[in-house]
Design a protein around this ligand. Structure first.
Ligand code: C2E
Ligand code: CA
Ligand code: CA
Ligand code: CA
Length: 279
């Protein structure tokens, strides 16, 4: 037992060294990635459950690394947040997504709202509402063509600044969604304290609606709260027709997930049909 304990320790410390090194490499490469045009946004359709129309999409960051291939955001967003790099990265994402939103909403096209993920760090380190206003102006993007996705944790440790920023978005006409709804330390009171337009129910809950009685009840309860507060609901990570049928039957308006499409590069999203088959 003693020997295996020592071995475990050795493996453990070796792993730590490797991951620290890997982290450092990723960090310095990430710093140069934007200038080298290695970053791009993919877009995942958001679908209306009542008629199957694609009403918008979510912009998701991709890093096409020359050596490592496609590095998923789960592997670099945290590093970008820890190093503060997320502020510049997030600024690039905002500009690029607004540029696309303006393009997709050009004359005669059906309305398409682009959802953009924001990190809490972006709220702390700059005049975010001012930055968004400038970007909308520069890209000729109307405020109603974008939605900003934030997480519950941002609302839980608010010092007043978050409320000011979100209120500024509200008065500009930019809508706000709570991402991964239900996974944070939800204090439901924040739903009425902050100007929130949309709840995005986390994939973990959607996965359980067919298989688990309590999961189904929980999602019904969230839909009911949202309905009373006049908030729109997006179901995240919808993968099966059974899940979609359950959600539609209980009044969920919008869905996003592999059932419809994975996130796609701009050109591929543009060539998708505007209409999906919904049960
Ligand atoms: P998220 O905002 O919750 O985005 C949804 C994630 O679920 C995406 O992963 C998407 O590809 C994945 N997904 C969508 N439908 C399905 C499905 O049916 N099944 C499964 N298994 N997965 C599905 P992705 O693109 O890897 O992004 C991971 C996370 O990285 C995002 O989670 C978000 O928190 C963060 N992220 C991505 N882009 C940005 C960005 O521009 N800024 C910031 N701050 N964070 C970002
Ligand atoms: Ca999101
Ligand atoms: Ca989410
Ligand atoms: Ca998530």
């Amino acid at each position: 037992a003693k020997r295996s304990g020592r071995n475990n320790f050795r493996y453990y410390s070796k792993d730590l060294t490797a991951s620290a090194k890997e982290r450092l490499t990723l960090e310095s490469e990430l710093r140069r990635a934007a200038e080298r045009m290695e970053l791009e946004l993919h877009y995942q359709p958001k679908v209306s459950l009542s008629d199957g129309m694609m009403i918008g999409s979510e912009a998701l960051l991709r890093w096409c690394h020359p050596r490592l291939g496609m590095v998923p955001p789960t592997q670099f967003i945290q590093i970008a947040e820890d190093t503060g790099l997320i502020v510049d990265l997030g600024q690039w994402v905002l500009r690029e997504a607004c540029r696309m939103a303006a393009k997709w909403n050009a004359e005669g096209k059906p309305p398409h709202k682009v959802a953009i993920n924001l990190s809490a760090k972006q709220f702390q380190s700059q005049n975010l509402a001012g930055a968004v206003a400038d970007i909308l102006n520069d890209t000729d993007c109307r405020p109603e063509w974008i939605e900003l996705e934030i997480t519950e944790s941002l609302l839980l440790d608010d010092n007043g600044k978050t409320l000011d920023t979100l209120s500024a978005f509200r008065s500009m006409g930019v809508s706000i969604a709570i991402d991964d709804f239900g996974t944070g330390y939800s204090a439901l009171s924040y739903l009425t304290r902050f100007p929130i337009d949309t709840l995005k129910i986390d994939r973990s809950f959607i996965q359980s609606v067919i298989t688990d009685h309590y999961g189904a009840e929980l999602v019904k309860a969230i839909l009911s709260i949202a309905r009373s507060l006049g908030q729109e609901v997006v179901a995240e990570g919808v993968e099966t027709v059974e899940q979609a049928a359950f959600l539609a039957a209980h009044g969920c308006q919008l869905a996003q997930g592999f059932l419809y499409s994975k996130p796609l590069p701009e050109a591929e999203l543009a060539s998708l049909p505007q209409h999906f088959h919904v049960s």
